[in-house]
Design a protein around this ligand. Structure first.
Ligand code: UDP
Ligand code: MG
Length: 338
């Protein structure tokens, strides 16, 4: 990327963008992408802190002076967009993209990353509330300059979380792992990605976005940076419990067809139990210990019940195949060619 020229984002309208040809330059252009929903209170406090981090990196000649912050207004109902325009007027490194309506954090983040991808060498995603320590961007940039192309921000502790949030998150990670999803423990969406990693990300075309599950599938060299999690600088959380649970269910069902297979396994388990039930029913029948009709009803309920569950499970196997096919994910990602 050329020095001190600011990008023209007008080409990105919908979907993904072509990515910048990846090079490890001495002074990479860094884009900091922030999804913003009703963050008019937080942004004026957040921006100076992020620009200060950019200044530090530019002064130490670790990134290009044309590095910038891209705020994505996710259809906010408050003055977030006006606030972004005002911040842009004060400092041209603050850039903005406004979505047509509220799509949710994951989609706003993807929109920002795909908008920035052709105009940067690496992009860091961070929330608008500064709960994630922005100073970790410095260490992330060092990792990038040392060759890592995906750098995960991982929380050092969950001390500021409530007991419920801490334990529900832990249980959720365990469940995800049991389902075969490779997610990074205590990593949310605070991460750096090279423009090549962003280009690969744009090939994952699924509608149900769960970025922290997709990014580990990209491959490439990765690194981890640990940071402390703080309280929000201003405003309220946009992730109430109901939204968090829906997000967790999405995370599992977008990556795993295992629940469908479980139906078959339960059916199979019941079929085996049938033998014991049949022995019990027949013993009672021949012992004369039954009323008329009980034995036949018992046997057919158990036998048909397990057959029906197994049949649903077989259908589930096919639905599972359709589920993975319709995602049309790339089957391989090439790191380099000569
Ligand atoms: N956000 C968004 N669209 C939404 C909800 C949230 O872009 O529909 C943004 C929000 O502005 C913030 C980030 O996503 O920058 C994370 O939200 P929040 O901090 O409220 O989540 P929490 O940290 O409480 O889980
Ligand atoms: Mg937050």
């Amino acid at each position: 990327m050329s020095q001190e020229t600011y990008p023209d984002f007008s080409g990105t309208v919908a979907g993904e963008a072509s990515h910048n040809i990846f090079r490890h330059t001495e002074m990479p252009v860094l884009a900091v992408v922030i999804p913003c929903y009703n963050e008019a209170e937080a942004l004026p406090l957040t921006m100076p802190r992020l620009l200060e981090v950019l200044d530090t990196l530019v002064d130490s000649k670790k990134i290009s002076p044309s590095s910038y912050v891209l705020c994505v207004d996710d259809g906010s109902k408050d003055d977030t967009w006006q606030c972004i325009l005002d911040l842009h007027k004060k400092d041209h490194r603050v850039r903005g993209a406004a979505l047509t309506h509220n799509r949710g954090h994951q989609y706003a983040l993807l929109a920002g990353l795909m908008t920035a991808a052709p105009h940067c060498d690496a992009a860091v995603s961070i929330d608008a509330d500064m709960q994630d320590d922005p100073c970790a961007i410095i260490e992330m940039t060092d990792c990038f300059r040392n060759g890592a192309e995906v750098v995960y921000g991982v929380r050092r502790s969950r001390a500021t979380d409530t007991w419920f949030k801490r334990n529900s998150a832990r249980a959720f990670y365990k469940l995800q792992n049991a389902m075969g999803l490779q997610s990074i423990y205590d990593h949310a969406d605070y991460r750096l990605m090279s423009s090549r990693a962003l280009g690969i990300l744009s090939q994952y075309r699924e509608q149900n976005l769960f970025l922290r599950g997709i990014v580990p599938l990209i491959g490439l060299q990765t690194a981890i940076v640990r940071y402390d999690r703080h309280e929000r600088v201003a405003g309220d959380s946009k992730y109430p419990l109901a939204k968090m649970l829906a997000f967790s269910v999405d995370g599992i069902t977008s990556f795993s067809a295992k629940p469908l297979r479980w139906i078959f396994m339960i059916g199979l388990g019941l079929l085996v139990t049938d033998i014991a039930v049949a022995v019990y029913v027949l013993c009672s029948y021949f012992g004369g210990d039954t009323i008329s009709g009980w034995s036949s009803i018992m046997l057919s309920i158990w036998f048909l019940g397990s057959l029906i569950l197994m049949a649903i499970g077989v259908v589930g196997e096919y639905v599972g195949k359709v589920f993975t096919e319709v995602k049309a994910r790339p089957r391989f990602n090439i790191r380099e060619t000569i």
